[in-house]
Write a protein that binds this ligand. Structure first.
Ligand code: NAI
Length: 777
């Protein structure tokens, strides 16, 4: 094209970025890469090709790691870990800072290599992926520096196994490696098989930055290598990728004691209200669904437009789509690059072709003859149940429908098994901030979209996984309490005996469901004996049906989560007051059940109620500043319905210590009382009844922990399961939770309930929702 022709047509001319430096780096490794273990590259073993999806040409050969490689990487990380922690926060901060600086200096090389390997437009890798990865290392250098003073009592977990996807290869590495290293852990990371190169370049950079040998290890290969990393003797597994694989990892790690965070898929709603700035909302959509070809876990892939503006909005959107440029990702004027691999291209095509519903618009941009490309596509007028509205397409395909009222928008937005992100466009701040808390999502963007920062927590709810990355909140996933854990919990067996009840009356204690005492569905009960063999009464044996009823009652009491912290505090104080009035009676009951310590246990229960009354109106979240216009509000929301298997050892305190934090934070509970000593819990019904606790907020069952644990774990309407039971239930609960990926907390150590551990309970009883709002200039 001549300059005159360009002036005449005002067409973009090509502006390709040179690939020569990146290709030279590949060549400097002979075009074949081993793994990076203990500070050095291994000899390449059996290899596979990694290709440029824009051309189909092979870029390099990458090693399929063996079990031996993974074992050596874990051993190197293990050996390096004490020294890395021993460097201290400041020593680690220096190393993380060196990584950030070097990344900044070599950003062009990283950007080009990322684009070659992944197919994303160079504009994005240059302006988003690589700068954000740098920002992560800088920001976490700061957390390393501050760890000793700001996170007292926290210690590193040890060795972390990390498995990442191909959509943001270096950025996902930074999200995983920076916090792990900052907190004193060492890592074994497996990049995705399509996109290993920038991880290997980072390995080179680690050597230049003075990262001690063994602190960062990179093993390459496919899902089989991922499985080896997950199965390796590591203290933590961190995974980002598909929900299907996340579920398998949940099952594989069940009962192993490994910490786990999962950042999985999404089908995030993009809600446009009629009072939105429509042109901005259209531009936002370009970032929401055509950023990285739509291969973004939090992509705004489900468009919901208010009916009155739908035609105008769709028209504007189609006009904008027609201007999108698709082609060589190394060209700086390209908006849409290549799909990561022909396999992924086939998946997108299959999903879209399987449906004939709705109205389709395919952007008329010319598509390169070779390479993996898919045109920007809009499909409107879909029913909410359509597979296209429910399944993650993970490509440049936007699907949508319309709504009439804000309430309908919320209903449609939440009509998904996922809960990663949501976007709201409205010029009415009242409306936008009314909608944000109602959305089932870990991140909400208001009048903006796909904003990320190292200071702002990111992560999902529901089947989008659990755990947060980024911010102070993300550090919890890479640390544990420094205090030596208590002794292992050993099963507590009930006392046995024979003889007559103490009084002649029928002393079968019922269950407590929806604020009422209820007979057990099966009609069974068991005798409860005291330590000297006296018969104290009968406790009902709850079954699956009773549990289902309790969950239904709990879910009907949802409005508890919307009461103020002040109101919840008052109810907790009132519970304490009413328990106090009956302190002697409860002390005698506990003595009768366990033979000891009744008065102390009642006193500790009262203190616990006061403590959580204190907290009820003091968990306020925080505001995170980001280095661009906007502020991220890290709000704390209740998790939902929490099922708890209470501590067997302490009949009253075990129940109160789990119930109080849960309800203080706005959750509903289904509590399964101490199995050997259930009768203090059944006496507690009356305290609940006299303390204005709304029916359904606290439900109490008695019965077998072993029988009820799998039912709790697999129940789809329970959001979290905690177990302080003395029975070994970790495997059954964690594996059972894989269905709806509920949060689990299974304590295997004997807790000292008189020592407060408030942070752990606040974290378990709340979910962080990050709400991005425009703020400042
Ligand atoms: P994937 O979940 O299979 O791959 C992600 C990572 O997990 C890769 O490093 C892979 O090697 C590894 N992996 C695979 N199987 C494993 C196993 N059993 N144990 C441990 N690690 C394992 O994702 P895939 O197949 O590449 O993409 C399929 C779909 O997943 C996409 O179409 C998209 O819907 C979704 N996806 C979601 C991502 C997100 O960020 N939420 C990222 C990538 C994919």
């Amino acid at each position: 094209m001549t300059i005159k022709e360009i002036f005449d047509s005002m067409e973009y001319g090509p502006a390709p970025e040179s690939a020569s430096e990146a290709l030279a780096w590949i060549a400097s490794h002979g075009g074949r890469f081993g793994c990076f273990i203990d500070g050095a590259f291994t000899e390449p073993g059996e290899t596979f090709a990694t290709s440029n999806p824009a051309t189909g040409e092979a870029l390099a050969e990458v090693t399929q790691a063996t079990q031996g490689d993974v074992d050596r990487a874990v051993a190197a990380a293990r050996a390096a870990q004490p020294g890395w922690t021993g460097l201290g926060g400041h020593g680690r901060a220096r190393v993380l800072y060196a990584i950030a600086r070097l990344l900044q200096r070599q950003s062009r090389l990283f950007a080009v290599l990322e684009t070659l390997d992944n197919g994303k437009p160079i504009r994005e890798s240059r302006d988003i992926d690589i700068p954000l990865a740098q920002r992560h290392f800088y920001h976490h250098a700061g957390y390393a520096e501050l760890m000793e003073t700001e996170l007292p009592g926290r210690a590193p977990l040890g060795v972390c196994g990390q498995v990442i996807p191909w959509n943001f290869p270096l950025l996902m590495l930074a999200w995983k490696v920076a916090p792990a290293l900052a907190m004193g852990n060492t890592v074994v990371l497996k990049p995705a098989e399509y996109t290993s190169l920038t991880a290997l370049l980072l390995a080179d950079l680690c050597r230049q930055a003075g990262v001690p040998k063994g602190v960062v290890n990179i093993v390459t290969g496919d899902g089989a290598v991922g499985e080896m990393v997950v199965a390796a003797p590591v203290e933590k597994v961190a995974f980002t990728g598909s929900t299907a694989v996340g579920r398998r990892i949940r099952e594989a790690t069940a009962g192993t004691g490994k910490a786990l965070t999962l950042e999985l898929g999404g089908k995030s709603p993009y809600i446009v209200f009629e009072d939105a700035d429509l042109d901005s909302a259209v531009e936002g959509l370009v970032d929401a669904i055509w950023f990285n070809q739509g291969q973004v876990c939090c992509a705004g892939s489900r468009l919901l437009v208010q009916e009155g503006v739908a035609d105008t909005f769709h028209r504007k959107l189609r006009a904008r789509m027609a201007t999108l440029r698709i082609g060589d990702p190394l060209d700086k004027v390209i908006d849409i690059g290549a799909i990561v691999d022909p396999v992924q291209l086939a998946t997108i095509t299959r999903l879209v072709e399987a449906s004939t519903e709705g109205e389709r618009y395919v952007a008329p941009c010319p598509i390169p003859a070779k390479g993996s490309f898919y045109p920007p596509t809009l499909i409107t007028g879909l029913s909410p149940a359509s597979p296209l509205m429910q399944e993650e397409i993970f490509g440049p395909v936007l699907v949508g429908t319309t709504f009439r009222t804000p309430a309908e928008a919320v209903e449609l937005a939440n009509n998904t098994r996922y809960g990663l992100a949501a976007t709201v466009w409205s010029e009415n701040v009242n409306l936008a901030l009314d909608i944000a808390p109602k959305l089932a999502a870990g991140v909400v963007w208001i009048n903006g979209t796909n904003m990320f920062d190292a200071a702002a927590p990111f992560g999902g709810v529901r089947e989008s996984g659990f755990g947060r990355e980024g911010g102070w909140e993300g550090l919890a996933a890479y640390t544990r309490p420094a205090a030596t854990p208590g002794a292992a919990l050993n099963p507590v067996e009930p006392f046995t005996g024979e003889g007559q009840p103490l009084d002649a009356l029928d002393r079968t204690h019922k269950l407590y469901i929806g604020g009422k005492q209820a007979r057990p569905d099966g009609g069974y009960s068991r005798a409860v004996w005291g330590p000297s063999g006296a018969l104290l009464g009968h406790a009902s044996l709850a079954n699956r049906k009773d549990l289902r009823n309790a969950v239904e009652a709990a879910n009907a009491a949802r409005s508890w989560g919307r009461t103020t912290g002040h109101a919840r505090a008052q109810i907790l104080y009132f519970l304490a007051e009413n328990l106090s009035a009956r302190a002697e009676e409860f002390a005698r009951r506990i003595d009768g059940l366990t033979g000891q310590g009744g008065a102390e246990e009642v006193e500790a229960s009262l203190r616990t109620l006061f403590r959580w009354a204190a907290w009820a109106d003091k968990v306020d979240g925080r505001a995170a500043g980001a280095p661009f216009r906007g502020v991220a509000l890290a709000m704390r929301e209740p998790v939902g319905t929490i099922g708890v298997l209470c501590d067997d050892r302490a009949p009253l305190l075990g129940l109160v210590a789990a119930m109080a934090p849960a309800i203080a934070m706005g959750n509903r509970t289904v509590l399964v009382a101490s199995e050997p000593y259930p009768l203090a819990a059944t006496d507690f019904y009356q305290v609940l009844e006299t303390s204005d606790v709304p029916g359904g907020v606290v439900n109490i069952l008695t019965g077998s922990h072993k029988e009820l644990a799998p039912v709790l774990a697999s129940h789809l309407d329970i959001d979290a399961v905690w177990s302080f039971s003395s029975q070994p239930l970790a495997r059954v609960i964690e594996a059972g939770s894989a269905g709806n990926l509920k949060r689990t907390w299974v304590e295997t150590r004997a807790r000292d309930w008189t020592r407060p551990d408030d942070r752990a309970f606040i974290d378990a009883a709340t979910e962080v929702k990050t709400v991005w709002i425009p703020y400042g200039e």
